[in-house]
Design a protein around this ligand. Structure first.
Ligand SMILES: [Zn+2]
Length: 149
């Protein structure tokens, strides 16, 4: 089954290359999780498990969580902490701007290089005593304007 990755997400082949680069084996569970993430892009472990269940595949939340965490520890994925306090994972590890829908618990990537550049430029001059900036995570928390029926 060939799945086309969403924009910015690595294909299975590119994902395998990434795994090898980090000394990780391209195991079937890792490939299966990435195949789901190629479509979801941003997801909580529960949402990934839901996709597997729909396809008739039995997996535990813990095993999916472990795979997603391991990928994030190796910067192949990234962690996104939602406004609801839920841990989400992002198949695109590079820093980018997000819209987080607090009602539907979904993320959308926002392409706004100007905003990222402004923030980075501003922070280039900014110092937080006792800390160094490791990452910039810009997230707009939004609510849908139209009610879903
Ligand atoms: Zn994202």
């Amino acid at each position: 089954m060939a799945v086309k990755p969403q924009k910015g997400v690595r294909s299975v082949e590119e994902f395998k290359t990434q795994l090898h680069r980090h000394g990780l084996k391209a195991t079937r569970p890792r490939i299966a999780v990435h195949t789901v993430m190629m479509d979801l892009v941003h997801a909580s472990p529960d949402q990934v498990v839901e996709r597997f269940r729909e396809a008739g595949v039995k997996v535990t939340v813990a095993s999916v969580y472990n795979i997603l965490s391991e990928l994030s520890d190796n910067h192949i994925y990234a962690r996104r902490l939602s406004a609801a306090g839920k841990m989400f994972f992002d198949a695109i590890p590079e820093s980018h701007v997000h819209l987080y829908d607090r009602e539907n618990h979904t993320y959308r990537d926002v392409v706004d290089e100007e905003l990222s550049a402004i923030v980075e430029e501003h922070l280039g001059r900014r110092k937080f005593k006792g800390y160094s900036i490791e990452d910039i995570d810009i997230q707009f928390v939004v609510r849908p304007t139209k009610r879903k029926k």
